[in-house]
Ligand binder design. Sequence first.
Ligand code: RTP
Ligand code: MG
Length: 138
Amino acid sequence: MTERTLVLIKPDGVARALVGDIISRIERKGLTLVALELKTAGDEVARGHYAEHEGKPFYPSLLEFITSGPLVAAVLEGPRAVAAFRQIAGGTDPVEKAVPGTIRGDFALSTQTNLVHGSDSPESAEREIALWFPDLGV
Ligand code: RTP
Ligand code: MG
């Protein structure tokens, strides 16, 4: 069954000029781009996006990081899109968890500046797509 996921190429990915490479990996995996936009997250969207992490020690710096500059927000579609994108992204810790061949495993060193976000479930995807692309129909 086809599914959608919300992906961010975080400000570090844009600043490091990795947008083209990351989108190329998404396309080569076979996922379809449904929406794609360069945006800068304001405080409200950032808090909504990372609501599940409120209260954690890294939350303030995470908000600062995600609002620090332009990012690319995208909606991808395909069979098992949520898991498929998280597979090509690699684990959250780019050294201990992400393996070579994944976006984080190949290009990141830090658990915070780990280049990409991908929704962690179809329910999260629905919520995040409504947050980032309120005009996108279902
Ligand atoms: P994401 O939500 O960005 O796709 O990443 P994820 O599911 O792999 O990781 P999650 O646990 O949801 O954490 C969200 C983002 O918060 C930052 N983080 N920093 N210990 C730390 O300093 C720490 N832990 C998480 C990362 O940017 C992570 O992607
Ligand atoms: Mg997450």
